[in-house]
Design a protein. Structure first.
Length: 175
């Protein structure tokens, strides 16, 4: 099995991250988690934005701090990204959860989503989260299975205004 780890975003992997970002753009898919939608053309500014969010600095009204990590392999290839929200706001309680993650399109169906969530749960526990909420769209069966594999216990679904159904699952981290 590959050596996979979560690392904080770093200037050292700028070119690799730009490749990751461009692959998402080229795919035309929604970029998940939300933080990878940020334009990395000013890379230092993007890294500062991520650090500010982790430190609770310059947050939009109603937001709490969040931490972003990249999933990399032993070759420093950025395989995915995760954003961990330190606490739930009312919006996150229904639509975002504690943890949002995504795997670059060319690296899917290789077990990386299961691994990024498992590693993220360790980081969430380190942040003092004892019960993590992870959500996915009802239509995203692969994500639902990943959350279940990581101990997800279904809660009440949330239906968005447009009719989209969000599956909400809790993972106990105090075990």
């Amino acid at each position: 099995m590959e050596q996979l780890q979560l690392i904080k975003p770093t200037m050292k992997l700028k070119e690799e991250y730009l490749s990751f970002y461009q692959e998402w753009v080229d795919s035309g898919e929604d970029m998940v988690p939300w933080v990878i939608q940020r334009d990395p053309s000013n890379f230092e500014e993007m890294l500062q934005f991520i650090q500010d969010h982790e430190n609770g600095v310059n947050l939009p009204k109603g937001w709490g701090p969040d931490s972003t990590f990249w999933l990399i392999n032993e070759n420093n290839r950025v395989l995915g990204a995760v954003n961990i929200r330190h606490r739930l706001t009312e919006f996150l309680l229904y639509q975002g959860g504690h943890i949002g993650y995504g795997i670059r399109p060319s690296e899917r169906r290789k077990g990386y989503a299961t691994k990024i969530l498992a590693l993220s749960l360790e980081k969430a526990k380190d942040l003092g989260i004892t019960k993590a909420l992870v959500v996915c769209d009802e239509t995203n069966e692969a994500s639902y299975k990943v959350i279940i594999k990581n101990g997800g216990e279904p809660d009440t679904d949330f239906v968005e205004d447009d009719g989209n159904v969000i599956k909400r699952l809790w993972i106990n981290l105090s075990k």
